[in-house]
Design a protein around this ligand. Sequence first.
Ligand SMILES: C[S@@+](CC[C@H](N)C(=O)[O-])C[C@H]1O[C@@H](n2cnc3c(N)ncnc32)[C@H](O)[C@@H]1O
Length: 219
Amino acid sequence: MRARKKKHAQERLALCRDYLEEDPRAHRGAWREWFVSSGRMIAVGTLCLEIGCGKGDFATGYAKRDPAAAFCALERIRDVLVLAAEKAKEKETHNLVYLCEDAQNLTEFFAPGEVERLFLNFSDPWPKARHAKRRLTSPLFLPIYREILAPDGVLCFKTDNAALFDYSLETLPAAGFEVSHVTRDLHNSPENEGNIQTEYERNFSSQGFPIHRLEARKK
Ligand SMILES: C[S@@+](CC[C@H](N)C(=O)[O-])C[C@H]1O[C@@H](n2cnc3c(N)ncnc32)[C@H](O)[C@@H]1O
């Protein structure tokens, strides 16, 4: 995502500081307890993590709809998080917190088996072969997700990009995931029930692109 420099980003983020966690390493292995002890939630149902959350439509929508879910949303570009954090503040989604970090360091923020639902929404496709390692479903990232995912945890992936989807259908099983609930046209499939659209999803589907989606569980 090309992010335009946000005016007064630091000041705007400071106004939303409750929705931005600057020291995620401090909560490794104890996110559930932290969501409760910080007064955000009374009890935690599911611990969710979105990687590459962009402007936060999915994270805010999910946290609003499921108040028992503790939702961490990761995005490496700070300026992008300005809008996301402002949205969370406006909607008062206390069960949602943003982390301005890179996915390659996830094991520093989450203990083995800690995350129960992991979302990858419209990850950058990086079409050139020499950039394949940057894809969030590359063999570089999948062992990281396997480590932090609970034994019965699920990884949900959706994209408009057929090539990235095909690639992921190969990399996921090779990394020890069982793939299920595959659809090449999410919006016209039964899997669409309860679907929360992201910014990219609205944009691509309005241009007529079908949305691909799958779920993956640890074998
Ligand atoms: C194409 S955008 C999609 C945004 C949003 N998920 C949506 O569907 O509208 C992908 C986002 O992932 C972020 N991203 C890419 N690689 C990342 C990484 N290694 N760690 C954290 N965020 C990453 C980018 O900065 C960008 O904001």
